[in-house]
Design a binder for this molecule. Sequence first.
Ligand code: SAH
Length: 363
Amino acid sequence: MEIGTNLFDLDQNSMRDYFTALEEKPFRATQVMKWIYHRGVTDLEQMTDLAKPLRTRLQELSCFFLPEIQSRQVSTDATRKWLMQVDEQNSIETVFIPEPDRGTLCVSTQAGCPLACSFCSTGKQGFNRNLGVAEIIGQVWLANRELGYFKERKRIISNVVLMGMGEPLLNFENVSTAVSLMLDDLGFSLARKRVTLSTAGVVPGIYRLAGLHKICLAVSLHAPVDELRDRLVPINRSYPLNELMEACRFYARATDNDPITFEYVMLEGVNDGPAEARQLVRLLEGIPSKVNLIPFNSFPGSEYTRSSRVTIDAFRDILIKAGLMTITRKTRGEDINAACGQLTGLVRARKHTMQNESMALNG
Ligand code: SAH
């Protein structure tokens, strides 16, 4: 039960305001944040540099409330997946992908997803609710604890990608606050280029994000023309490609021309031919881009097939010849359903769709 102010919901500014409101010195925020995010301590009694009366007060007024880890799975390729319960109805999934030169944590931002992309298993299950700040930053905190970071003081999670369940730009405020905790030196002190937000193309959200943290942007493109994209990524009907590309140009300019990653799931016979590759080259002209080709990951009830290796390589070669930096994403954690588009958690979804009132972009 969450009683009082959940201190995991507060970024540095709100934490300072919180202590000021308690008529305490704002530097208490620094002390508490160091305990939480540097040492992994959430027991107030252990926060020995806080005066006893303050600890007692915080005991009464605040709490540290996090998702509860329900299960842990480890893939044969060492990818890890946690199922985390966020309330009686909903559990979400968080994935850790170790690589020789980095460790990437893939974080969820919603329980379910309202966007209903036809090839995505999260999208198929419907939408239940946005995650709160504590539920988003809590995934990073819990994964760090699970991986031994607080004990060893050795960074294991070097990168965070907001590419788990949900559409981050439809949960803008909470995602933005959680990102500020990821970047903050008193939080997880990740460099802005080590945090990537992936969107299916919520155009107003892209403009809003451009003014904030300058983190990396990934766009789930999947089709180079509107007619096809309307079918695969239905939000394209609200924000068609010309508007999306304009927003991408704007975002790149706002972040010193950092390349934008374009994700493109390879669906056999649907979007994977040489004609689409050439259309994609044209579409991305003039935008600093990286293309990630993602071999489709199937799930129960999915109607698509993964493109063959030969087809994917041919598609990639057309892009590379045209000067586009292109990689084929390695599929990781498939044996534990931790791969892209396979995260479902346990969401008692009420089958909300994009048409629902709840989908208005908040703020
Ligand atoms: N809603 C955001 C965040 C989710 S990111 C977004 O759409 O970007 C998850 C990534 O995996 C997206 O690029 C998504 O399009 C891709 N994906 C979804 N289902 C997939 C599947 N079955 N196989 C491979 N990639 C998939």
